[in-house]
Design a protein around this ligand. Sequence first.
Ligand SMILES: [Mg+2]
Length: 388
Amino acid sequence: MDAITSQRRTRTASMPCLKITEVESIPLRIGFKAPHKIAVGPFRPTIDILLVRVHTDEGITGIGETQAWRRHGSSETIASLRTAIHDYFAPLLLGKSPFDIAAIMPKLEETIYHSYYAQAGIADALIDIQGKALGVPAFAMLGGKCRDMISMCGLLSIKPTLDETLNDANRLFGEGYRTFVIKTDSNVDSNVRAVRAVREKLGDDVHIRIDSNSGMRFDTALEMLQRLEPFRLQGAEQLLEIWDLDGTAELARRTSIPLIADEQIANDHDLIGVIRKRAAFAFQSKVAKNGGLWYSRKLWQIADGAGMLVCPGNHPCTSIATASVAHLATAWQSPLLEGPFAFGLNALVDDVVVTPMKVENAAVRAPEGPGLGLALDEDKIEKLRIDR
Ligand SMILES: [Mg+2]
């Protein structure tokens, strides 16, 4: 045997040889500590979460998470997510190697167009398996460590009174937050009052952004931006409906406040549309909205190449989707806007892993264990699942 053949054989022998044997999904409902309110929809007392567990013939299982968010950009329910995963995705996954993610994920998209919310749980479970099989954390497979801690913004959801908003801002400031995102609605007067009050309360050394979650019309958004010009906002996020890219680009030209795109961007085509129109200076990603860690990374790279900043976000979620973003951010070579990707850790009443992730001094560290670095707490799962 010559040296090259010997080397090839050694390499082949070291590649883990796993096959997917089963795809499991676990629907959960977790309460908010305080009802969550954004511009669209009523106060929300709970969030529906779907965990995905992918099993292999070697006994290694991977876990991923998605959510049935049911607001702009998301039409899924727990039932529709499970139908996509079990009836359409599972037959394509069985017998495949979890390492073949680049071949697998486009097949899922081909099978159900625009199914990023369902794909997210699968993609993250596959990456979790890869890391566990190799014995390395996900961030190591994504390029290694560019930062130890990922800074967070504090999220101020819409409250019935301004005093409640200020109390939340004060509490978050005490916990170490220095960037604040105020959720705003279509009421320009109350939005301006909230921004002014938070600026006066916390001073000029904090960053303040707003997020309207697609809930404004063009004229009211323009009026609001003009009235907010004196308050040195770091950004204004997703003011208009997701279809109104031209309107968003027009707003960007008529204000000095930088705009951020969120619900508007599900995939690379959406992102490139925003880039071409210069409609935002940053985009917020979410594990579920953007098809999991695998596809989110592609979007981050496109944004980076276009000179946009990335803001790591998430719907309210458990440690699992939080860890997905934390691994990606840990291995990210460029600056990041402080995002709300881990706000579910403190906003929800419960978690589903043995060692929940923690926000410490307004920052989060990616788990160091193999894969996503988390183990499910089976007792918690039994308590929170809604299919029994
Ligand atoms: Mg947002």
